[in-house]
Write a protein that binds this ligand. Sequence first.
Ligand code: TYC
Length: 102
Amino acid sequence: NDGGDAGTVVVTRTKTVTKRPNLYRVLLLNDDYTPMEFVIHVVENFFQKNREEATRIMLHVHHHGVGECGIFSYEVAETKVTQVMDFARKHQHPLQCVMEKK
Ligand code: TYC
């Protein structure tokens, strides 16, 4: 050998490091005043559920006090909460929407 790199083979192996995204549940809370129809509308329009699924979620919240509308990254969950809260306020309903870390 001449002291150069002739005959040297470098093998590089890469270890994949995957980071699971932090996920957040977006929840609706029950109250005595928000109309059922309004809640169904919210679930259909902000959480892309069909009428049947939206009705099921609304009734779950109505009977159990709280219910899940979806699971999202932090940014998306925060946007959903803001959109729902702004929409409820605009229509003068006390509907509450919150997020919690999964
Ligand atoms: N409890 C309300 C009523 O009887 C309906 C309702 C359901 C309100 C779900 C809020 O997140 C809610 N009109």
